[in-house]
Design a protein around this ligand. Structure first.
Ligand SMILES: C[S@@+](CC[C@H](N)C(=O)[O-])C[C@H]1O[C@@H](n2cnc3c(N)ncnc32)[C@H](O)[C@@H]1O
Length: 249
């Protein structure tokens, strides 16, 4: 999986490419992250990428040309390498809210180009002409698209086969099967008078699987009943799951 990122702050991405699971995935070349600074595509000596908004108002607007020239350079490189053309994704509060499902969709694209906004906005003409999809982290505003892009890349990189040491850990993550993850415990067996649930100590694999499923259902019903409804609609529940949910009511 190849990511290209258009950003005024390429240095920020060392947090993704040099640390932890995602850092190891880059070292092992299971993924690659290519950083492109639109300032490198400016022709003026001051390498200007932003200007004041027509109509007035606070803040600066990212100009269309440096962004478009950067995307052109990325696409030319893809073409010269025989890569399929990558969708261009703008990080934006008005985009579709990112989810585990979208992480899976991105994995299937094979490669993706992110454009990280900064300042007050991005010139709409660039968005209209060159952006294929817009993704949001949620209904709040952060200062730039870099952290949202890194969050999305992390979620996708975890899904690349071979990235996680124990393949099961992605399968069991929250949202992957439509539910929240079950509670987890580690040593010591008793911590400040609080014991680990006895079923987890008994070594009976089938009982542990049942307990985890039920805890997952219980937690999801309590904290995210919307997910229960969606999972039901998508046919993700067994008759036993339904019996258990009924017993909770
Ligand atoms: C300060 S924000 C601009 C916010 C814009 N004036 C608005 O109200 O929609 C600068 C950049 O941060 C990124 N950004 C901010 N909040 C975001 C969010 N919730 N999800 C994704 N990207 C976000 C976008 O790339 C945006 O262009």
């Amino acid at each position: 999986m190849r990511f290209d990122v258009v950003t005024l702050f390429p240095e920020m991405f060392s947090a993704l490419t040099e640390w932890g699971v995602t850092g190891r995935a880059c070292q092992r070349e299971l993924t690659s992250v290519h950083l492109w600074n639109p300032r490198d595509f400016c022709s003026d000596p001051r390498r200007t990428v932003d200007d004041r908004a027509y109509g007035g108002g606070p803040g600066m607007v990212m100009m269309a040309k440096p962004l478009e020239d950067t995307v052109n350079a990325i696409q030319a490189e893809h073409q010269s390498m025989g890569l399929a053309s990558a969708p261009v994704c703008l990080l934006a509060p008005q985009g579709e809210r990112f989810s585990q499902k979208i992480a899976n969709d991105i994995l299937n694209y094979g490669n993706l180009t992110f454009v990280c906004g900064r300042y007050e906005a991005v010139d709409q003409r660039f968005i209209d002409r060159r952006v294929d999809l817009q993704l949001s982290m949620g209904d709040f505003v952060v200062s730039g698209g870099e952290l949202p892009a890194m969050t999305i890349m992390d979620a996708v990189i975890r899904l690349i086969p071979g990235v996680l040491g124990d393949e099961e850990s992605a399968v069991q993550d929250s949202f992957v099967n439509g539910l929240l993850d079950h509670p987890h415990y580690t040593r010591p067996e008793i911590y400040d008078n609080l014991s680990v649930p006895s079923v987890l100590l008994g070594g009976h694999h089938a009982k542990i699987v049942d307990w985890r499923r039920q805890e997952s259902l219980k937690l999801t019903l309590k904290l995210r009943p919307d997910l229960i409804e969606a999972a039901r609609k998508n046919g993700l529940f067994s008759a036993e799951d339904e019996r258990f949910l009924l017993s909770l009511k």
